[in-house]
Design a protein around this ligand. Structure first.
Ligand SMILES: [Zn+2]
Ligand SMILES: [Zn+2]
Length: 342
């Protein structure tokens, strides 16, 4: 079978490798159809993903077709198209036992900590496959990315009249906006990119998208009608922006860091206490978040989100461009069915 390995920084290699053994009890063998390319993949390709080990088979945003099942599996059938929840939890640590499998103490993520889905066949636990009837393969491959935003909004647990500000309109921030919209909340978004603001507005993900300029606090206050938001979700993964977001919630408000940064963040403790802020981290997503995304998928224009496409034979040349903001990538997608020249 075909496998694409990121052998080292900026070095994709195609190879013909043996197919996996028949799936063990509770597991399923799937054929990979579409693979969404996300920031983690681009960082790994560029050598900017701390602690990343090479060689690695990337791919964690997966749309797959069930190819074979163990005899005890009843939740999926051969031929089903499904989305994959790529977070393999231990199931026994305290986080897992309290339902928070997304932050398992021994979590391994496909395509990050262990080899992922850039291969023809892969074995997966049946528990990590999600049906979305009537959704295209590209739609299935968006579920994991969008689930990150749905988890973040669930963490914030907003009231119906809360003012919501989303900082950062990359794919994760757009997913946050979609999750808030799915709850009927009005969202103000903040991003310096005119292209991303235009996308969020055109897709009706936000009521208003503003350019923060040099003074984010002043810009947000003006956009909120001379007050501050109840809930701020930061999806920038940028330290200066994340520290600025700390000043944005109203007294009694909530700040959720969705994006993460490799390093320390600083905040003024008097500000934290004066406003009695609730500060939350949000990591990955759970099965419940996947189900919420799947319920919301019919309301989005999937074709508009997938702005760029590649194949196993072109990924090595496309990947460097996709990191360039001038290319305007919202979501790049690897079509694993298309291997005519391989
Ligand atoms: Zn991803
Ligand atoms: Zn665990």
């Amino acid at each position: 079978m075909l496998q694409i390995t990121l052998h080292d920084v900026a070095d994709f290699r195609l190879s013909d490798v043996p197919e996996p053994a028949a799936p063990p009890a509770g597991w399923v063998q799937v054929r990979v159809r579409r693979v969404g390319i996300c920031g983690t993949d681009l960082h790994a390709y560029a050598g900017r993903q701390p602690f990343f080990r090479y060689p690695r088979v990337l791919g964690h945003e997966l749309a797959v077709t069930v190819h074979a099942i163990a005899t005890d599996v009843t939740t999926v059938a051969v031929g089903d198209d499904v989305a994959v929840r790529p977070y393999l939890e231990c199931g026994t640590c305290r986080a897992c036992r309290s339902g928070r499998t997304n932050c398992c103490e021994r979590l391994t993520v496909l395509g990050v900590h262990i080899d992922g889905g850039m291969c023809t066949y892969i074995n997966l636990p049946a528990t990590h496959l999600h049906h979305a009837h009537g959704v295209s393969l590209e739609g299935l491959a968006l579920v994991e990315m969008l689930s990150i935003g749905f988890h973040a909004v669930r963490r914030a647990n907003p009231r119906s009249d809360d003012r919501i500000v989303v900082v950062g309109l990359g794919p994760i921030g757009l997913g946050v906006c979609l999750a808030a919209r799915a709850r009927g909340l009005a969202v103000i978004a903040v991003d310096p990119s005119a292209n991303r603001r235009a996308f969020a507005t055109a897709q009706h993900l936000v009521g208003l998208a503003i350019d923060p300029g040099s003074d984010v606090l002043a810009a947000v206050r003006a956009a909120c009608g001379d007050t501050l938001p109840d809930v701020v979700l930061d999806a920038t993964g940028h330290p200066a922006a994340m520290e600025a977001s700390f000043t944005l919630p109203i007294n009694s408000g909530t700040l959720v860091y969705v994006g993460l940064v490799q390093g320390d963040l600083r905040f003024a403790d008097p500000e934290f206490h004066r406003r009695e802020l609730t500060l939350l981290a949000s990591r990955n997503a759970t099965a419940e978040d996947f189900d919420a995304v799947i319920a919301a998928l019919p309301s989005i224009d999937i074709a508009a989100w997938v702005t760029h496409r590649t194949t196993p034979t072109t990924i090595a040349t496309d990947m460097p461009h996709w990191r360039n903001p001038a290319y305007g990538v919202i979501k790049g997608m690897l079509d694993f069915d298309d291997r005519a020249t391989w």
